[in-house]
Design a protein around this ligand. Structure first.
Ligand code: ADP
Ligand code: MG
Length: 348
């Protein structure tokens, strides 16, 4: 069956039922079905939104509808994580071609429900429009971490200081590597292939470590969505500083290094869609974060005074490396990361 046969209200009923079964937060007073949602809120609120467009941000040749559902919430959770907050209520706007199969829509919904359970968020409203291009927009609210006096503990892009160390959660480059495997540009052993493809298909925002970092006193952070060097560049500009990154410190998974010998560093520096967090703080604060978090938190460099706000990648002797040209499919030759104005790799 196609969604055009269900009609707008049949569709809303179907979504409302699926999201209701996933559970309802205690704070929610009015959910799907009224003119607005209503909920009890306290403290400092966060709000963010992100849109995924077929052919620009993803292709259903690689992503399943369930991946699309999961990722459309996960990319927003990542922004809340980067502020040190806790995600709460979400709105879902769907632009759907009328010939979309109801079974596909159900998979999309299932992916959203799965991610909602994982990250503690509920979909409390939204909108549906018919459109030739498939688009999914999620808007997400969150609660900022607060100190004992109720003052917000926010991690912002302009919060970095000279001498702060640069730390990154998890591994970088896995998602970009996974995309290249999905595109058939490279082959590797099945174990590495499975791990890397999954990293591309299912974004895993660093929510727990973000909250921990904010509570431990980290005041500057950004999530790595467009590539390490590009996103670190945003922090440099906002904070009025430069950054020195030691290439040898950039964390890469054994699978990435095995699958992309010679290209792993380029993928890790410029690949994008990692959804790890960059944390900028004094060394002793980062050490506390390292002790408190389950996954790896790697120190990769330091914030420095630099009126040109450069991000410099250094080798073991301190010599500047020319930024690695990212292999086909992502990044740009100038070492930048994902740029939405460039053509998506699956459209070539
Ligand atoms: P209105 O005409 O007031 O904009 P709609 O007919 O668009 O209302 O929506 C009716 C209800 O269904 C609202 O509560 C809205 O939040 C909810 N809704 C519509 N589309 C979605 C969606 N994609 N996901 C979740 N809830 C939705
Ligand atoms: Mg409406």
């Amino acid at each position: 069956m196609k969604i055009s046969e269900l009609g707008e209200f049949g569709l809303i009923d179907r979504l409302a039922q699926a999201f209701a079964e996933a559970g309802r937060p205690d704070s929610l007073l009015v959910g799907i079905g009224d003119d607005t949602a209503a909920w009890r809120a306290s403290g400092v609120q966060l709000i963010t939104t992100d849109t995924l467009i077929e052919g620009t941000h993803f292709s259903l040749r690689y992503w399943s509808w369930r991946d699309l559902g999961w990722n459309s919430l996960a990319v927003n959770v990542s922004d809340v994580a980067a502020m040190g907050g806790t995600p709460e209520q979400a709105l879902l706007t769907l632009a759907l071609p009328p010939e979309t199969a109801v079974a596909d829509l159900d998979e999309l919904t299932a992916g959203l429900v799965e991610a909602g359970r994982e990250y503690g968020t509920a979909i409390v409203g939204g909108d549906i429009v018919a459109c030739d291009t498939l688009m999914v927009t999620v808007a997400l609210t969150g609660r900022a971490a607060v100190d004992a006096d109720g003052e917000p503990l926010l991690m912002t892009r302009d919060g970095a200081r000279v001498g702060d160390v640069i730390a990154v959660t998890g591994y970088l480059g896995d998602s970009a590597g996974g995309l290249r495997l999905l595109l058939g540009e490279q082959e590797t052993d099945p174990e590495a292939a499975e791990y890397l493809k999954r990293a591309h298909l299912r974004h895993r925002p660093a929510l727990a470590v973000g909250r921990t970092a904010a509570r431990l006193g980290v005041r500057a952070a950004i999530d790595v969505s467009d590539g390490l060097l590009q996103d670190l560049g945003h922090v440099c500009h906002a904070s009025g500083l430069g950054a020195e990154v030691r290439a040898a410190g950039v964390p890469m998974s054994p699978a990435l290094v095995r699958a992309f010998p010679g290209q792993a560093l380029a993928l890790a520096c410029s690949g994008g869609e990692d959804y790890q967090l960059l944390l900028l703080a004094p060394g002793h604060t980062i050490q506390q974060v390292q002790r408190a978090s389950k996954g790896p938190v790697s120190i990769i460099g330091e914030m420095v005074a630099d009126p040109e706000h450069r991000v410099r990648l250094l080798d073991a002797t301190g010599k500047e490396l020319s930024l690695p040209a990212a292999p086909a499919g992502g990044g740009s030759a100038s070492g930048g990361g994902w740029d939405h104005l460039r053509e998506a790799p699956w459209r070539r």
